[in-house]
Write a protein that binds this ligand. Structure first.
Ligand SMILES: Cc1cc2nc3c(=O)[nH]c(=O)nc-3n(C[C@H](O)[C@H](O)[C@H](O)COP(=O)(O)OP(=O)(O)OC[C@H]3O[C@@H](n4cnc5c(N)ncnc54)[C@H](O)[C@@H]3O)c2cc1C
Length: 349
């Protein structure tokens, strides 16, 4: 049986991550589920290397750093995260929501939909043989931080910050790293710029420009080579035993369209006084929330998380007065200090 969950948050962008904090401030436990393999929503998927200038208190902040700070701020409230899982079903019965992914089902009295512009999924290249080696786990869309690159020949495709980060990490121990991209332009997180330049110069990251991967081959059980198609240059074949296409992510509303929500232009109409949707106990915040005067900005999503948490409190602790809203009055934050009483059970089913 799982630990109690009061609130299930669908979406781990800035609005969803701040919702974890706001829920915790009012004594509610959160489970957050996101289709992306990592936290951060649009900030992680579309612009981790960009500076943001309109987050209060930060003259400027790197998108990736803002995500890390949001995670650190929520940590005291013991959140549970499930990355890389898309929520496919959402059903209400007996006063509780049931949320379903390919991995299981979870229940809670309150759901907060912080799904932005839809579920992110990695972009797949068009390469012959791709599906076969995907099934063998020799094509991966995520560079696992703890991956063992030792002695392997790694082929990476893309100009994204994820592609550069993977190349820099793999070059420490791999037998070879080829980085394939159409042009000599890469998204770079500041701390990767210098190592990338040096590793490239030393030939430990071999940039294949301007190329794209158009076929994979080897034996039935093992990827051994990739054919690179040149743009105005001759095609070449490179040896590899692990292919990482890190081409970025695309978003799609997907299953949300089937959840009987009043969707208009990809957003759900809510009451801005509570952020509750026409369905009780279902809140919508961030880019997916629609009401008169709505602006799709990070700071607005933060504010909506605070509003939703204050309202959702009534469902989790009925008959209990909303506690003080000032974190500065509570002192060091943790769930033990902010929880008014034990909430009812929520069970993984
Ligand atoms: C290039 C660019 C620059 C920007 N610059 C700024 C800026 O300077 N300042 C500013 O305020 N705003 C900026 N924005 C806008 C800002 O990024 C968005 O307003 C913000 O990301 C919205 O946050 P969110 O949490 O609502 O949604 P998102 O960040 O979109 O996160 C939603 C998450 O929900 C997940 N999800 C969706 N459906 C499902 C499902 N069915 N199951 C599981 N997970 C699901 C997605 O995978 C995603 O990770 C910029 C946007 C872009 C594209």
């Amino acid at each position: 049986m799982d630990k109690d969950t009061d609130v299930i948050i669908i979406g781990g962008g800035p609005a969803g991550l701040h919702m974890v904090f706001q829920a915790g401030l009012y004594g509610m436990r959160s489970l957050l589920i996101d289709a992306l393999p990592q936290p951060g929503g649009q900030l992680a998927a579309l612009y981790p290397d960009k500076l943001i200038y309109d987050v209060p208190g930060f003259p400027s902040v790197l998108a990736q750093e803002l995500i890390e700070r949001l995670l650190a701020q929520a940590e005291a409230f013991e959140p549970r995260y499930r990355w890389g899982e898309r929520v496919d079903t959402l059903n209400f019965a007996d006063g509780r929501w049931t949320v379903g992914t390919a991995q299981g089902q979870w229940r809670a009295p309150v759901v907060v939909l912080a799904a932005g512009i839809g579920a992110f999924a990695p972009k797949r290249p068009r390469a012959e043989g791709l599906e076969h080696y995907e099934r063998l786990d020799q094509v991966r869309y995520q560079a696992d931080a703890a991956a063992d690159w030792h002695g392997r020949r790694i082929l990476i495709q893309g100009g994204t910050a994820q592609a550069v980060a993977a190349a820099v990490a793999a070059a420490q121990t791999a037998a070879g790293v080829d980085l394939v991209h159409r042009k000599d332009e890469f998204e770079l997180l500041p701390h990767h710029a210098e190592p990338f330049r040096q590793l490239r110069q030393a030939g430990r990251i071999r940039c294949r420009i301007p190329y794209t991967v158009n076929a994979l081959g080897g034996t039935d059980a093992q990827l051994k080579w990739a054919k690179l198609k040149g743009y105005g240059t001759a095609d070449v074949t490179v040896e590899t035993d692990l292919f990482l296409p890190l081409l970025g992510f695309g978003a799609a509303l997907g299953p949300i369209k089937d959840w009987a929500l009043p969707l208009q232009a990809g957003a759900v109409a809510v009451d801005p006084a509570s952020m509750e949707s026409p369905q009780r106990q279902l809140y919508v915040i961030g880019d997916m929330a629609a009401y008169a005067g709505k602006a799709k900005l990070i700071v607005i999503g933060f504010s909506e998380a605070a509003i939703a948490a204050r309202h959702a409190f009534n469902y989790i602790y009925p008959g209990t007065r909303l506690p003080t809203a000032y974190s500065s009055n509570i002192g060091p934050l943790d769930l033990g200090r902010t929880r008014p009483r034990q909430a009812e059970d929520s069970t993984k089913i």
